[in-house]
Design a protein around this ligand. Structure first.
Ligand code: NI
Ligand code: MN
Length: 226
């Protein structure tokens, strides 16, 4: 699996030759201004919830790439109104079997509304299972006991967890989340993009190390091979 970080909570993950793109928010992100949005590849775009910092570039990328967009019913309804045609509406609990593997939609403790203020349904996380490995993309969420369900029934090889605090869980709760999902290999997201979620990165990595776990903070634009 090749993972490319596009800043904030946006990652490209290549699995079995298919390009998955999570929560596209690139062009408004000062930290990601080195990224050319036009060049981002996508066969699938997965959107955890409707907040601007997860959906800002979704319409443009979906129209250019014709990628299939996977999100909850309400997010898909909004995207359809913006002219996005290739979509798959889902909701928490649903599992989709796709050509690269499967996507299970899981709960996230957060809120959701669309950039124009319309109703965004419930926020979600995703569990991806494939022949190349399994991972959990948490979206925006607090620590929740529901995460135990994720780790109990399959092996999670690594997880994308929010660590910026304030709007989501922070570092200390993300370390507890590792225990809940039985996974000690974390890629951090949803930190440093704006003032409320600035973190001390060195301290975060040290805290994970002290707990016997690994936190990777990827450089924007760089590729990580898993
Ligand atoms: Ni949010
Ligand atoms: Mn967010």
């Amino acid at each position: 699996m090749n993972i490319t970080y596009f800043g904030h909570s946006c990652f490209g993950v290549e699995i079995n030759g298919k390009h998955l793109l999570f929560d596209p928010f690139i062009s408004p992100n000062e930290l990601a201004k080195g990224i050319d949005v036009q060049k981002i590849k996508a066969d699938y775009i997965l959107i955890s919830h409707g907040h601007e910092d997860h959906i800002a570039d979704a319409v443009a990328i979906a129209k250019r790439t014709k990628a299939k967009v996977i999100a909850c019913w309400e997010v898909i309804s909004w995207l359809t109104k913006q002219g996005v045609e290739n979509t798959h509406p889902t909701n928490i609990g649903g599992k989709l079997k796709l050509d690269f593997g499967s996507v299970k939609c899981v709960s996230a403790i957060h809120s959701s509304s669309m950039p124009d203020g319309s109703y965004g349904g419930n926020p979600m996380g995703f569990v991806i299972e494939s022949s190349e490995g399994n991972f959990y993309y948490a979206g925006d969420t607090a620590l929740t006991y529901d995460m135990k369900l994720i780790g109990n029934y399959r092996k999670i090889d690594f997880a994308f967890l929010p660590i910026g605090d304030n709007f989501t869980m922070g570092v200390d709760n993300a370390i507890i989340a590792c225990s809940f999902i039985n996974c000690d290999d974390v890629i951090g997201m949803h930190y440093d993009t704006f003032g409320y979620i600035k973190i001390d990165k060195h301290e975060a990595i040290t805290k994970f190390e002290s707990a016997g776990k690994k936190l990777s903070l990827l450089e924007i634009g760089k590729i990580l091979v898993k």
